[in-house]
Design a binder for this molecule. Structure first.
Ligand SMILES: C[S@@+](CC[C@H](N)C(=O)[O-])C[C@H]1O[C@@H](n2cnc3c(N)ncnc32)[C@H](O)[C@@H]1O
Length: 352
Protein backbone atom coordinates (compact mmCIF):
# COMPACT_ATOMS: atom_id res chain seq x y z
CA UNK A 1 0.00 0.00 0.00
CA UNK A 2 1.17 3.54 -0.76
CA UNK A 3 1.69 5.05 2.67
CA UNK A 4 4.05 7.82 3.76
CA UNK A 5 7.01 6.22 5.53
CA UNK A 6 6.11 2.65 4.50
CA UNK A 7 9.18 0.56 5.39
CA UNK A 8 8.41 -2.41 3.13
CA UNK A 9 11.57 -1.80 1.09
CA UNK A 10 13.79 -1.10 4.10
CA UNK A 11 12.83 -3.83 6.48
CA UNK A 12 15.37 -6.35 5.12
CA UNK A 13 18.11 -3.78 5.70
CA UNK A 14 16.85 -3.13 9.24
CA UNK A 15 16.85 -6.87 9.91
CA UNK A 16 20.39 -7.21 8.54
CA UNK A 17 21.55 -4.64 11.13
CA UNK A 18 19.85 -6.62 13.92
CA UNK A 19 21.73 -9.70 12.78
CA UNK A 20 25.07 -7.90 12.38
CA UNK A 21 24.78 -6.58 15.91
CA UNK A 22 23.75 -10.04 17.12
CA UNK A 23 20.66 -8.66 18.82
CA UNK A 24 18.88 -11.62 20.37
CA UNK A 25 15.36 -12.05 21.66
CA UNK A 26 12.09 -12.53 19.81
CA UNK A 27 9.67 -10.13 21.50
CA UNK A 28 9.22 -7.26 19.05
CA UNK A 29 7.15 -4.09 19.42
CA UNK A 30 6.17 -2.36 16.16
CA UNK A 31 5.40 0.91 17.93
CA UNK A 32 4.21 2.94 14.88
CA UNK A 33 2.64 0.16 12.82
CA UNK A 34 1.11 2.05 9.83
CA UNK A 35 0.74 -0.53 7.03
CA UNK A 36 1.97 -3.25 9.46
CA UNK A 37 4.69 -4.18 6.97
CA UNK A 38 7.44 -4.19 9.60
CA UNK A 39 5.40 -6.34 11.96
CA UNK A 40 4.57 -8.70 9.09
CA UNK A 41 8.22 -9.15 8.23
CA UNK A 42 9.18 -9.95 11.82
CA UNK A 43 6.19 -12.28 12.14
CA UNK A 44 7.59 -14.31 9.25
CA UNK A 45 10.89 -14.53 11.17
CA UNK A 46 8.90 -16.06 14.02
CA UNK A 47 9.10 -13.09 16.37
CA UNK A 48 6.27 -12.45 18.81
CA UNK A 49 4.92 -9.17 17.45
CA UNK A 50 3.00 -6.54 19.39
CA UNK A 51 1.87 -3.64 17.23
CA UNK A 52 -0.24 -0.53 17.53
CA UNK A 53 -1.23 2.63 15.70
CA UNK A 54 -3.51 5.62 16.29
CA UNK A 55 -5.24 4.90 12.97
CA UNK A 56 -8.13 2.45 12.97
CA UNK A 57 -7.50 1.26 9.41
CA UNK A 58 -3.96 0.36 10.46
CA UNK A 59 -5.49 -1.65 13.32
CA UNK A 60 -7.67 -3.50 10.80
CA UNK A 61 -4.54 -4.50 8.85
CA UNK A 62 -2.72 -5.47 12.04
CA UNK A 63 -5.62 -7.67 13.18
CA UNK A 64 -5.57 -9.58 9.89
CA UNK A 65 -1.84 -9.77 9.25
CA UNK A 66 -0.29 -9.69 12.74
CA UNK A 67 -2.70 -11.00 15.36
CA UNK A 68 -4.54 -13.50 13.21
CA UNK A 69 -2.75 -16.83 12.91
CA UNK A 70 -5.51 -18.82 11.25
CA UNK A 71 -6.32 -19.70 7.68
CA UNK A 72 -9.93 -18.53 7.42
CA UNK A 73 -12.48 -21.18 6.54
CA UNK A 74 -15.67 -19.08 6.44
CA UNK A 75 -17.59 -22.23 7.37
CA UNK A 76 -20.84 -20.62 8.55
CA UNK A 77 -20.82 -18.06 5.76
CA UNK A 78 -20.21 -20.55 2.97
CA UNK A 79 -23.08 -22.70 4.22
CA UNK A 80 -25.41 -19.75 4.09
CA UNK A 81 -24.54 -17.90 0.85
CA UNK A 82 -24.80 -19.21 -2.67
CA UNK A 83 -21.46 -19.22 -4.46
CA UNK A 84 -21.85 -18.88 -8.22
CA UNK A 85 -18.76 -20.55 -9.63
CA UNK A 86 -16.60 -22.94 -7.69
CA UNK A 87 -13.19 -22.87 -9.34
CA UNK A 88 -10.88 -25.79 -8.72
CA UNK A 89 -8.16 -24.92 -6.14
CA UNK A 90 -9.92 -21.72 -5.01
CA UNK A 91 -9.45 -21.08 -1.29
CA UNK A 92 -12.43 -20.26 0.92
CA UNK A 93 -11.24 -16.65 0.98
CA UNK A 94 -11.13 -16.56 -2.84
CA UNK A 95 -14.74 -17.75 -2.90
CA UNK A 96 -15.80 -14.96 -0.58
CA UNK A 97 -13.98 -12.28 -2.67
CA UNK A 98 -15.71 -13.62 -5.74
CA UNK A 99 -19.09 -13.21 -4.04
CA UNK A 100 -18.30 -9.68 -2.85
CA UNK A 101 -16.97 -8.67 -6.28
CA UNK A 102 -20.31 -9.56 -7.84
CA UNK A 103 -22.50 -7.50 -5.49
CA UNK A 104 -24.76 -4.81 -6.92
CA UNK A 105 -23.65 -1.31 -5.87
CA UNK A 106 -25.69 0.61 -3.26
CA UNK A 107 -26.08 4.34 -2.53
CA UNK A 108 -24.23 4.46 0.81
CA UNK A 109 -21.95 6.88 2.65
CA UNK A 110 -19.03 6.63 0.23
CA UNK A 111 -21.18 7.13 -2.87
CA UNK A 112 -23.11 10.00 -1.26
CA UNK A 113 -20.03 11.88 -0.08
CA UNK A 114 -17.07 11.03 -2.29
CA UNK A 115 -18.35 10.57 -5.86
CA UNK A 116 -19.36 13.29 -8.37
CA UNK A 117 -22.96 12.12 -8.71
CA UNK A 118 -23.41 11.71 -4.94
CA UNK A 119 -22.03 15.22 -4.29
CA UNK A 120 -23.44 17.01 -7.34
CA UNK A 121 -25.07 19.63 -5.10
CA UNK A 122 -21.72 20.79 -3.72
CA UNK A 123 -20.00 23.79 -5.26
CA UNK A 124 -17.10 21.49 -6.03
CA UNK A 125 -18.36 17.91 -6.39
CA UNK A 126 -15.91 15.38 -4.92
CA UNK A 127 -14.07 13.10 -7.32
CA UNK A 128 -12.43 10.49 -5.07
CA UNK A 129 -14.15 7.57 -6.81
CA UNK A 130 -16.24 7.16 -9.94
CA UNK A 131 -19.93 6.69 -9.05
CA UNK A 132 -19.95 2.97 -9.80
CA UNK A 133 -16.91 2.27 -7.59
CA UNK A 134 -18.28 4.40 -4.74
CA UNK A 135 -21.46 2.29 -4.77
CA UNK A 136 -19.44 -0.91 -4.96
CA UNK A 137 -17.35 0.04 -1.92
CA UNK A 138 -20.58 0.74 0.00
CA UNK A 139 -22.11 -2.58 -1.03
CA UNK A 140 -19.03 -4.58 0.01
CA UNK A 141 -18.55 -2.67 3.27
CA UNK A 142 -22.22 -3.04 4.24
CA UNK A 143 -22.24 -6.74 3.42
CA UNK A 144 -19.18 -7.40 5.62
CA UNK A 145 -20.90 -5.59 8.51
CA UNK A 146 -24.16 -7.47 7.91
CA UNK A 147 -22.32 -10.83 8.05
CA UNK A 148 -20.69 -9.81 11.32
CA UNK A 149 -24.00 -8.74 12.88
CA UNK A 150 -25.67 -11.98 11.72
CA UNK A 151 -22.76 -13.93 13.23
CA UNK A 152 -21.93 -15.56 9.92
CA UNK A 153 -18.24 -14.60 10.22
CA UNK A 154 -15.95 -14.62 13.24
CA UNK A 155 -13.72 -11.77 14.36
CA UNK A 156 -10.70 -12.93 12.33
CA UNK A 157 -12.78 -13.35 9.20
CA UNK A 158 -14.30 -9.90 9.71
CA UNK A 159 -10.91 -8.17 9.90
CA UNK A 160 -9.55 -10.21 6.99
CA UNK A 161 -12.42 -9.10 4.75
CA UNK A 162 -12.04 -5.48 5.86
CA UNK A 163 -8.33 -5.74 5.06
CA UNK A 164 -9.09 -7.05 1.57
CA UNK A 165 -11.29 -3.98 1.00
CA UNK A 166 -8.83 -1.48 2.54
CA UNK A 167 -5.94 -2.88 0.49
CA UNK A 168 -7.98 -2.72 -2.73
CA UNK A 169 -9.47 0.80 -2.42
CA UNK A 170 -6.18 2.70 -3.06
CA UNK A 171 -5.94 1.12 -6.54
CA UNK A 172 -9.11 2.99 -7.54
CA UNK A 173 -8.79 6.26 -5.58
CA UNK A 174 -8.45 9.40 -7.69
CA UNK A 175 -5.65 10.94 -5.63
CA UNK A 176 -1.98 11.83 -5.87
CA UNK A 177 -0.95 9.57 -3.01
CA UNK A 178 -2.83 10.85 0.03
CA UNK A 179 -6.53 11.48 0.62
CA UNK A 180 -6.26 15.11 1.77
CA UNK A 181 -7.26 16.12 -1.78
CA UNK A 182 -8.73 14.47 -4.88
CA UNK A 183 -7.55 15.04 -8.44
CA UNK A 184 -9.59 17.42 -10.57
CA UNK A 185 -9.37 15.16 -13.60
CA UNK A 186 -9.70 11.38 -13.66
CA UNK A 187 -6.64 9.23 -13.24
CA UNK A 188 -6.92 6.17 -15.53
CA UNK A 189 -6.65 3.83 -12.57
CA UNK A 190 -9.72 5.43 -10.95
CA UNK A 191 -11.80 4.71 -14.04
CA UNK A 192 -11.35 0.94 -13.80
CA UNK A 193 -14.13 -1.17 -12.33
CA UNK A 194 -13.30 -1.99 -8.70
CA UNK A 195 -12.31 -5.60 -8.06
CA UNK A 196 -11.06 -6.84 -4.69
CA UNK A 197 -7.42 -7.93 -4.79
CA UNK A 198 -6.07 -11.09 -3.13
CA UNK A 199 -4.01 -10.64 0.04
CA UNK A 200 -1.37 -12.87 1.61
CA UNK A 201 -1.99 -13.88 5.21
CA UNK A 202 0.83 -15.02 7.49
CA UNK A 203 1.02 -17.58 10.26
CA UNK A 204 3.67 -18.12 12.92
CA UNK A 205 3.99 -20.02 16.18
CA UNK A 206 3.57 -17.00 18.45
CA UNK A 207 0.72 -15.18 20.14
CA UNK A 208 0.80 -11.76 18.47
CA UNK A 209 -1.17 -8.66 19.43
CA UNK A 210 -2.73 -5.70 17.62
CA UNK A 211 -3.81 -2.41 19.22
CA UNK A 212 -5.42 0.86 18.18
CA UNK A 213 -4.05 3.26 20.74
CA UNK A 214 -1.20 5.54 21.65
CA UNK A 215 1.68 3.08 21.84
CA UNK A 216 3.23 4.83 24.83
CA UNK A 217 0.36 3.39 26.89
CA UNK A 218 1.47 -0.14 26.02
CA UNK A 219 5.00 0.18 27.36
CA UNK A 220 3.96 -1.01 30.83
CA UNK A 221 1.90 -3.93 29.55
CA UNK A 222 4.59 -6.09 27.92
CA UNK A 223 8.30 -6.74 28.06
CA UNK A 224 10.19 -6.41 24.80
CA UNK A 225 13.54 -7.49 23.44
CA UNK A 226 13.28 -4.95 20.65
CA UNK A 227 11.18 -1.81 20.37
CA UNK A 228 11.07 -0.49 16.81
CA UNK A 229 10.17 3.18 16.45
CA UNK A 230 9.18 4.65 13.11
CA UNK A 231 7.53 7.96 14.01
CA UNK A 232 6.13 10.60 11.65
CA UNK A 233 9.11 12.73 10.67
CA UNK A 234 7.49 16.03 9.76
CA UNK A 235 4.53 18.24 10.77
CA UNK A 236 2.06 16.41 8.55
CA UNK A 237 -0.39 14.42 10.65
CA UNK A 238 -1.33 11.01 9.27
CA UNK A 239 -5.06 10.98 10.11
CA UNK A 240 -6.14 13.79 7.71
CA UNK A 241 -4.01 12.32 4.92
CA UNK A 242 -5.74 8.93 5.17
CA UNK A 243 -9.21 10.09 6.32
CA UNK A 244 -11.08 8.15 3.66
CA UNK A 245 -9.47 4.80 4.49
CA UNK A 246 -10.32 5.51 8.12
CA UNK A 247 -13.97 6.17 7.24
CA UNK A 248 -14.26 3.08 5.06
CA UNK A 249 -12.71 0.96 7.83
CA UNK A 250 -14.95 2.38 10.56
CA UNK A 251 -17.99 3.01 8.35
CA UNK A 252 -19.43 5.16 11.10
CA UNK A 253 -21.05 7.90 8.95
CA UNK A 254 -19.01 10.68 10.58
CA UNK A 255 -19.66 14.39 10.34
CA UNK A 256 -17.38 15.57 7.54
CA UNK A 257 -16.09 18.98 6.50
CA UNK A 258 -14.48 20.95 3.73
CA UNK A 259 -13.73 20.37 0.07
CA UNK A 260 -12.23 16.94 0.79
CA UNK A 261 -14.98 15.82 3.21
CA UNK A 262 -12.63 15.22 6.10
CA UNK A 263 -13.60 13.58 9.39
CA UNK A 264 -12.51 15.00 12.74
CA UNK A 265 -9.09 13.73 13.82
CA UNK A 266 -8.54 15.65 17.06
CA UNK A 267 -7.95 12.43 19.04
CA UNK A 268 -5.51 11.00 16.48
CA UNK A 269 -2.90 13.74 16.48
CA UNK A 270 0.65 12.58 17.06
CA UNK A 271 3.07 14.59 19.19
CA UNK A 272 5.88 13.37 16.93
CA UNK A 273 4.70 15.90 14.36
CA UNK A 274 6.11 18.56 16.66
CA UNK A 275 9.87 18.86 17.24
CA UNK A 276 9.95 19.68 20.95
CA UNK A 277 6.99 17.53 22.01
CA UNK A 278 8.43 14.69 19.95
CA UNK A 279 11.73 14.81 21.80
CA UNK A 280 9.94 14.83 25.18
CA UNK A 281 7.86 11.81 24.12
CA UNK A 282 10.95 10.02 22.84
CA UNK A 283 12.55 10.42 26.25
CA UNK A 284 9.43 8.94 27.91
CA UNK A 285 9.83 5.85 25.72
CA UNK A 286 13.55 5.61 26.41
CA UNK A 287 12.86 5.69 30.16
CA UNK A 288 10.77 2.53 30.01
CA UNK A 289 12.20 -0.43 31.93
CA UNK A 290 10.57 -2.93 29.60
CA UNK A 291 13.00 -3.20 26.68
CA UNK A 292 16.53 -4.33 25.92
CA UNK A 293 17.13 -2.77 22.50
CA UNK A 294 15.49 0.18 20.84
CA UNK A 295 15.69 0.88 17.12
CA UNK A 296 14.60 4.26 15.75
CA UNK A 297 14.08 4.81 12.03
CA UNK A 298 14.38 8.42 11.02
CA UNK A 299 15.92 10.43 8.20
CA UNK A 300 18.12 13.45 7.72
CA UNK A 301 15.10 15.62 6.83
CA UNK A 302 13.14 14.88 10.02
CA UNK A 303 12.02 17.65 12.38
CA UNK A 304 13.86 16.26 15.42
CA UNK A 305 17.54 17.18 14.89
CA UNK A 306 20.13 14.41 14.75
CA UNK A 307 22.34 15.87 17.51
CA UNK A 308 19.36 16.17 19.89
CA UNK A 309 18.21 12.59 19.22
CA UNK A 310 21.73 11.20 19.68
CA UNK A 311 22.35 13.15 22.89
CA UNK A 312 19.06 11.95 24.35
CA UNK A 313 19.53 8.32 23.40
CA UNK A 314 23.12 8.14 24.67
CA UNK A 315 21.79 8.82 28.19
CA UNK A 316 20.12 5.40 28.11
CA UNK A 317 22.74 3.05 26.66
CA UNK A 318 25.22 2.38 23.83
CA UNK A 319 24.19 4.05 20.63
CA UNK A 320 25.11 3.36 17.04
CA UNK A 321 23.79 5.31 14.04
CA UNK A 322 23.72 3.63 10.65
CA UNK A 323 22.66 5.30 7.42
CA UNK A 324 21.36 4.24 4.03
CA UNK A 325 20.98 6.39 0.89
CA UNK A 326 17.43 5.94 -0.28
CA UNK A 327 16.05 7.19 -3.58
CA UNK A 328 12.80 8.98 -2.96
CA UNK A 329 10.38 10.60 -5.39
CA UNK A 330 9.56 13.92 -3.92
CA UNK A 331 6.56 16.05 -4.98
CA UNK A 332 7.23 19.71 -5.52
CA UNK A 333 5.06 22.32 -3.80
CA UNK A 334 2.01 21.97 -6.02
CA UNK A 335 2.20 18.19 -5.86
CA UNK A 336 2.62 17.78 -9.61
CA UNK A 337 6.12 17.07 -10.94
CA UNK A 338 8.21 14.56 -9.10
CA UNK A 339 11.93 15.01 -8.55
CA UNK A 340 14.28 12.19 -7.71
CA UNK A 341 16.08 12.83 -4.49
CA UNK A 342 18.39 10.85 -2.23
CA UNK A 343 17.37 10.88 1.41
CA UNK A 344 19.55 9.45 4.14
CA UNK A 345 17.51 6.86 5.99
CA UNK A 346 18.85 6.52 9.49
CA UNK A 347 18.65 3.75 12.01
CA UNK A 348 19.58 4.58 15.60
CA UNK A 349 20.36 1.37 17.47
CA UNK A 350 20.34 1.61 21.24
CA UNK A 351 21.37 -1.22 23.54
CA UNK A 352 20.87 -0.76 27.26
C1 LIG B 1 6.13 6.62 9.54
S1 LIG B 1 4.55 5.91 9.83
C2 LIG B 1 4.94 4.24 10.16
C3 LIG B 1 5.09 3.45 8.91
C4 LIG B 1 5.22 1.95 9.14
N1 LIG B 1 6.48 1.59 9.75
C5 LIG B 1 5.05 1.19 7.83
O1 LIG B 1 6.00 0.50 7.40
O2 LIG B 1 3.98 1.31 7.24
C6 LIG B 1 4.09 6.51 11.42
C7 LIG B 1 2.80 5.94 11.99
O3 LIG B 1 2.77 6.23 13.38
C8 LIG B 1 1.44 6.44 13.79
N2 LIG B 1 1.51 7.14 15.08
C9 LIG B 1 1.94 8.41 15.32
N3 LIG B 1 2.00 8.63 16.65
C10 LIG B 1 1.60 7.48 17.27
C11 LIG B 1 1.48 7.08 18.64
N4 LIG B 1 1.76 7.91 19.63
N5 LIG B 1 1.07 5.82 18.90
C12 LIG B 1 0.76 4.97 17.89
N6 LIG B 1 0.88 5.30 16.60
C13 LIG B 1 1.29 6.53 16.28
C14 LIG B 1 0.83 7.18 12.61
O4 LIG B 1 -0.57 7.05 12.61
C15 LIG B 1 1.50 6.47 11.42
O5 LIG B 1 0.72 5.40 10.98
Amino acid sequence: MRFIGNKEKLVEWIYSKIQEKEIKGKRFFDFFAGTSNVGRFFKTKDYQVVSSDLLYFSYVLQKAYIENNEIPKFEKLLQSIKIQSKTLFASELDLVYGYLNNLQGVDGFVYKNYTPEGTKNLEQPRMYFIDENGKKIDAIRQKIEEWKIENLINENEYFILLTVLIESVPFYANILGVYAAFKKDWDVRALKKLELKPIKLLQNEQKNYAFNQNSVELLDKFEFDIIYLDPPYNQRQYAPNYHLLETIAKYDSPEIKGVSGMRNYEKQKSVFCNRDKGLIELEKILQSKNYKHLLLSYNNEGIMPQDKISKLMKKYGDLELVEYDYLRFKSNNNGQAKNKKYIKEQLYILTK
